[in-house]
Ligand binder design. Structure first.
Ligand code: APR
Length: 237
C-alpha cells in the first residue's frame, strides 16, 4: 500500500457477513439454493405472492437479532473513524452489521432489512418487526408496506453518489462479493478507468478477480483487519 492514497471506496458483499452467521447467496447453503430469485426478489414475485416474499424477508430480518458484527466489520468501522481522507463503504448487504460495528460513511445500495417502503406514498420507515401481516404505513395509513430491498430489475440506491466516489477514488477495495450482479460488479472497471488501485479480498476467486490489480484469498475476518492496519500504517510513514 502506498501512502499517497487519499480517497477510498470499499464495496462489500454477503461474504463479509458470512462469519457472523448470515447466509450468502451463491455458496453452499446459499439463499439462492433454497429459493428462486424469481419467487422472492422481483416486483412480479411481490405482486404474485406477497405472503411468500414477506415470509422470506421477515425471516431474514428476524435473524439479525441473533448475529453480531465480526472482525471484518469492526476493522472497517475503525478505518472509518481513523481515515482522514475520503471513504465510502458501499454495501450490497441488507443487514445492519456495518452500522452496529460503528461504520458511518456507509450506504446500502440494495436497501435494508430494517426499513419498510410504502408502495403507496413512497415513504421509507425504520422497521424491525414482521411485515407479512399487512401493517399500515405510518405516513399515509395504506396497508402497502413492502421490504425496502432493491429487487432484481429495480434501480439500486444512490448510484450517482457511488459513481462520483468512484471517479475520485485512489483505491477501490472489494470484499466478500462474487461479482455476479451489476452494477456493483462493474465498479472495479469504473475505478480502474479513473486511475484507482484495485484490491479484492475474498474467500475464493470471483467473476471479476481478473480485473483487480491485487486479489487476496481468505476469510474476511482475517484479511480485512490485516489490510486496514496496512493502509493506516502506510499513512504514518
Ligand atoms: N470471507 C470472505 N469472502 C467470503 C466468505 C468469507 N468468510 N464467505 C464467502 N465469501 C465470498 C464467496 O466466495 C463469494 O464470492 O463471498 C462471496 C459471496 O457471493 P454472493 O453469495 O454472490 O453474495 P454477493 O456477491 O453479495 O451477491 C451480490 O446478489 O443476489 C444478489 O442482491 C443480492 O446483494 C446481493 C448480490
Amino acid at each position: 500500500m502506498t501512502s499517497d492514497i487519499r480517497n477510498i471506496v470499499v464495496l462489500t458483499g454477503a461474504g463479509i457477513s458470512a462469519e457472523s452467521g448470515l447466509a450468502t447467496f451463491r455458496g453452499p447453503d446459499g439463499l439462492w439454493e433454497g429459493h428462486r430469485v424469481e419467487d422472492v426478489c422481483t416486483p412480479e414475485a411481490l405482486a404474485r405472492d406477497p405472503v411468500l416474499v414477506h415470509r422470506f424477508y421477515d425471516a431474514r430480518r428476524a435473524a439479525l437479532e441473533s448475529v453480531t458484527p465480526n472482525a471484518a466489520h469492526e476493522a472497517l468501522a475503525h478505518l472509518d473513524a481513523a481515515w482522514p481522507g475520503e471513504l465510502l463503504i458501499v454495501t450490497q448487504n441488507v443487514d445492519d452489521l456495518h452500522e452496529r460495528a460503528g461504520a458511518r460513511r456507509l450506504l446500502h445500495m440494495h436497501g435494508e432489512l430494517l426499513s419498510a417502503l410504502c408502495a403507496a406514498c413512497g415513504m421509507a420507515t425504520r422497521w424491525a418487526g414482521a411485515m407479512g401481516h399487512g401493517p399500515e404505513c405510518p405516513g399515509c395509513g395504506a396497508r402497502a408496506l413492502r421490504p425496502d430491498i432493491v429487487f432484481f430489475g429495480e434501480m439500486p440506491y444512490q448510484m450517482d453518489r457511488i459513481d462520483e466516489a468512484l471517479t475520485r477514488a485512489d483505491l477501490f477495495v472489494s470484499i466478500g462479493t462474487s461479482g455476479a450482479v451489476y452494477p456493483a460488479a462493474g465498479f472495479v472497471q469504473t475505478a480502474r478507468h479513473y486511475g484507482a488501485g484495485t484490491l479484492e479480498l475474498n474467500l475464493e476467486p470471483s467473476a471479476g478477480s481478473f480485473q483487480f490489480s491485487e486479489s487476496r484469498m481468505g476469510k474476511a475476518s482475517r484479511l480485512v483487519p490485516q489490510w486496514v492496519s496496512e493502509i493506516l500504517g502506510a499513512r504514518n510513514h
